[in-house]
Design a protein around this ligand. Sequence first.
Ligand code: SAM
Length: 303
Amino acid sequence: MPVLLKEVIEVIAPASGKRYFDGTLGGGGHASAILDKSSPEGFLAGTDLDKESLLNISKKFSTYGNRVYLFDQSYTAIDTVCNLLGWEALDGIILDLGISTIALDDPDRGFSFLHEGPLDMRFSSDNSLDAYKVVNTYEAGQLVRILYSYGEERFAPRIAKAITNARPIKTTTELAGVVSSAIPRRFWPKNIHPATKTFQAIRIEVNKELSNLEEFLPKAVKLLCPGGVIAIISFHSLEDRIVKQFFSGIKNLHTLRGLPISNEIDGPHLVSIFKKPLKPGPDEVALNPRARSALLRAARRVS
Ligand SMILES: C[S@@+](CC[C@H](N)C(=O)[O-])C[C@H]1O[C@@H](n2cnc3c(N)ncnc32)[C@H](O)[C@@H]1O
């Protein structure tokens, strides 16, 4: 079930004759809505690292014919993809970050501490780094760094020590047990599993999620045509901070009698569409609990 679908479609306002990019196709929910709304002549290029998702979508999307192009690539290849297609500019760009529900619920992918599975956590089966390597070969200091930086985990040193002492750790549930036992019970979070932050941190490290986003944003905005919109849905504050800082960093716009003026001549200029990130309402969260922590930021390129 695509998160914040109505809001994404409202800001992107797909129209026939335009070109769109969905960097995180997943189950294809956002992409198919963009294709439907931009019928009959709207085009969409999309990427995903998950081969199974791509296979499913390619079957589902066969009805769109040559209006859709799917790539087994990271969204950071947005420039290469556009180059290949001969597209010089895009009218709308969407990223819906993170992991698909299908992958999260598949124990063999090793994303969840709730199901016993191998320590994998890779979005792409081509990735040579997996969670097993991080957990079993990183030095304690490296583990502390990623737990602090990517999990904001205050018990990082204790957890790192517990992990190195318990090696080899082979499964998700084993890791969840080691992490839980390293955190004093009185500090266990009330609403989430004690291993949530550690799992998040390891997943971000395995998939280079933050550096991918940092690499993507300037490339994407360069490809956006004036008037075009970029929309990013993130699921935690680390990603949202990167998007927020990027949108405001290249904005540099002041408003004079309603007209945007800029003190910089060159380079793309963006204006944020929402002052604060948009969150799903209670009705959406009730229907789709995965939407709970979603944050949508969107910006329009003005020059
Ligand atoms: C939350 S799902 C997207 C759901 C999708 N919007 C929908 O409507 O079904 C996120 C997807 O992004 C993919 N992904 C994560 N990082 C990626 C990257 N760097 N490049 C391409 N795809 C990525 C994951 O494999 C996953 O399928």
